[in-house]
Design a protein around this ligand. Structure first.
Ligand SMILES: CCCCCCCC/C=C\CCCCCCCC(=O)N[C@@H](COP(=O)(O)O)[C@H](O)/C=C/CCCCCCCCCCCCC
Length: 211
């Protein structure tokens, strides 16, 4: 992972995550998240409790991918099949598989919806748009329903520390604001497609409420 965040690289990793037959490569999916974590880290320590959680989930998936059963973790589709066929998922309450690939990826999948909603707001925002409002509206429509009160409060405090829209656009390293908006327009359908493919797979296998 390079030091400086670039929106272009996020776009490329999510593009690479889609196979020809529309499976999702875990390697690139988590690479996309790594890029996003580097962006969040550049915003300051107030976000470190969030980035630590994402990093630990990335690590769990990386460990599966590089482990002895790594070939089953190449795509989200193969992971779901392998873990379900081998009873490796706690389906109703946490038990002997508290950190399965399926439940770990589900947490990132829910966060991907937040990202999609937030970036769409950012893309269509006007100069006076407030990133804290965009972020928290997107959060309330997605992740918030899966988080307890304490986390929601801590997240609310972190949102207040978000930089303004101009700084956000600059940190994306994608040229002037018109170019950033254009690149967001290119990235969003890809992120939405990865999200929808995963969502359909999880619906089909009744995995959306994994503990
Ligand atoms: C294109 C660039 C512009 C946008 C860049 C955004 C960069 C964002 C990077 C990461 C986003 C956060 C992803 C959060 C994943 C949360 C996963 C989760 O729900 N974890 C909870 C449940 O896990 P388990 O306990 O069941 O294992 C966990 O309890 C949560 C802990 C921390 C709170 C997570 C809050 C997420 C808020 C999302 C907004 C982030 C704002 C970042 C602003 C740039």
């Amino acid at each position: 992972m390079a030091d400086t965040f670039s929106l272009q690289r996020v776009l490329e990793t999510f593009r690479s995550s889609l196979s020809e037959n529309k499976e999702v490569y875990i390697k690139y999916y988590i690479a996309g998240w790594q890029e996003l974590v580097s962006f969040m880290n550049s915003l300051g320590n107030v976000f470190s409790f969030i980035s630590k959680d994402v990093v630990s989930k990335i690590q769990i998936l990386e460990n599966f991918l590089s482990g002895e059963n790594g070939s089953y973790y190449v795509t989200i589709q193969s992971m779901v099949k392998y873990e379900l066929d081998n009873d490796l998922v706690d389906l109703t309450k946490r038990g002997s598989h508290p950190e399965s690939g399926c439940r770990t990826l589900l947490r990132l999948h829910r966060a991907l919806l937040w990202l999609e909603l937030f970036l769409e707001r950012l893309r269509t925002s006007t100069e006076d748009g407030k990133t804290s409002v965009m972020c928290s509206d997107a959060y309330n429509e997605s992740l918030a329903q899966h988080h307890p009160w304490l986390i929601r409060k801590a997240v609310g405090v972190a949102f207040c520390a978000l930089p303004g829209r101009d700084t956000f656009f600059d940190v994306m390293n994608a040229g002037d604001h018109t170019q950033v908006v254009a690149l967001l327009g290119e990235s969003l359908p890809l992120i939405a497609e990865v999200y929808q493919i995963t969502e359909d797979l999880y619906v089909k296998n009744h995995l959306l409420e994994l503990p």
